[in-house]
Write a protein that binds this ligand. Structure first.
Ligand code: PLP
Length: 421
């Protein structure tokens, strides 16, 4: 099935009422037929609903549909993108292990990997996404995950997925790819051999800034990489917390199975049925939106590149951009999503432009249908000195735009008046 067909139909079989829209199963628990039925569900002899912290019919449709879009085998929805990332890493690594991460990551992912996971005894080692070869110097027998973003936020770089996957496979290490900005519409890392994708569903999946959520997706056939792999003993040995279950011995996708039965059970960062339903609505038109976001962003980037007050534009869809070739290789029809940034003279010039725009909302979010403008130096990166800002590729005059679905004519006209105000 083509992606836009799956986005409308995958994972949903109409219930007895024949409802066209997926119902919201707003419930905490489910009645068992009898004691044997309950025991069978807990023992995985029969699959079914137990308690909404573990599974829910609305969330199930969201998970199956998203897995279909990514070309994956199974998915697990979580309460936020940050919890999806935490689950992906915590499902593979424990105290004493390390993970190798691209240094071009979303700020929350940087703090989670460098600081929070450190307190759990998991060390993060960083490589430059433009230099995948450096990964080989960082991995050892305690490395459990190589983590990177396909299209990075906020630096807007494109990862060489094939090169990173080849190194990970050489050492039998799991790759976790944050595919939030590209979305499965533009990029499908699992089909190129990546093992797990994670998403903040709060962005393009909902599409209208309606809800916080996350999802992780497991590639088809991942069991072959986990089975008998000494690096991941906990997938091959009995889980004492689940009456001795060996995750690679059952005919179910092992990574999502363990994330659900162990992590979701114990940490509880579950997607609410209502939010899952919102994500299902968003997915119906995700492919249409991503084309339009990408078209608007390219037109705006082209305009900005020609404006004398703009020093530099970062958008991989521009031929002048150093990521252009990589974007052509990895993104569907070379479409590059809605995120771009540009640099003006200094902090004062940036502040003036941000304050002068009328159509762009000053917000720290991306992937909304309404366009968003952000000034990282005064918000997300406020604590950094001028030197530190330059070192992480966020100069004081940098402005980030998440291009929405307004008419590109209006977006360009408003940006022009703001630049010239
Ligand atoms: N990954 C990326 C690339 C993001 O941009 C974000 C949020 O901006 C996240 C993960 C975190 O997602 P959430 O806000 O849903 O926790």
């Amino acid at each position: 099935m083509e992606l836009q067909t799956s986005a409308l139909h995958a994972g949903y079989e109409k219930d007895t009422q024949g409802t066209m829209a997926v119902p919201i199963y707003q419930t905490t628990a489910y009645e068992f037929r009898d004691v044997e039925h309950a025991a069978n569900l807990f023992a995985l002899k029969e699959l079914g609903n137990i308690y909404t912290r573990l599974n829910n019919p609305t969330t199930d449709v969201f998970e199956k549909r998203f897995a279909a879009l990514e070309g994956g085998e199974a998915a697990l929805a979580t309460s936020s993108g940050m919890s999806a990332i935490f689950f992906a890493i915590a499902n593979a690594a424990e105290a004493g292990d390390n993970i190798v991460c691209a240094k071009q990551l979303y700020g929350g992912s940087l703090t989670q990997t460098a600081h929070t996971l450190k307190r759990f005894g998991i060390e993060a080692r960083f490589f430059d996404v433009h230099n995948p070869a450096a990964i080989e110097e960082l991995v050892d027998d305690k490395t459990k995950v190589i983590f990177f973003e396909s299209l990075t936020n906020p630096s807007i770089d494109v990862a060489d997925i094939d090169a990173i996957v080849a190194i990970a496979d050489k050492y039998n290490i799991l790759t976790v790819v944050d595919n939030t900005v590209a979305t499965p519409v533009l990029c499908r890392p699992l089909e190129r051999g990546a093992d797990i994708t994670v998403h903040s569903a709060s962005k393009y999946t909902t599409g209208q800034g309606l809800a916080i959520g996350g999802i992780l997706v497991e590639r088809k056939g991942l069991i072959d990489k986990l089975k008998g792999n000494a690096r991941y003993a906990h997938f091959n040995e009995p889980d004492a917390s689940y009456h001795g279950l060996v995750y690679t011995d059952v005919p179910l996708p092992p990574f999502t199975l363990r994330a659900r039965l162990s992590l979701l059970r114990d940490l509880g960062a579950v997607s609410s049925p209502f939010n899952s339903w919102l994500f299902i609505q968003g997915m119906e038109h995700l492919s249409l939106r991503m084309r339009e976001h990408s078209k608007n962003a390219l037109e705006l980037a082209t305009f900005l590149e020609s404006h004398p007050k703009v020093k530099k534009v970062n958008y991989p869809g521009l031929k002048s951009n150093s990521n252009y070739e990589m974007a052509q290789k990895y993104f569907e029809n070379g479409l590059c999503s809605g995120l771009l940034s540009f640099e003006v003279e200094d902090m004062a010039a940036a502040e003036k432009i941000v304050n002068a725009t009328e159509l762009y909302s000053l917000v720290v979010n991306i992937g909304d249908s309404k366009s968003i403008i952000t000034h990282p130096a005064s918000t997300t990166h406020q604590q950094l000195s001028a030197e530190e800002l330059d070192a992480c590729g966020v100069p004081a005059g940098l402005i980030r735009i998440s291009c929405g679905l307004e008419s590109s004519k209006d977006l360009i006209a408003d940006m022009k008046q703001a630049l010239e105000a």
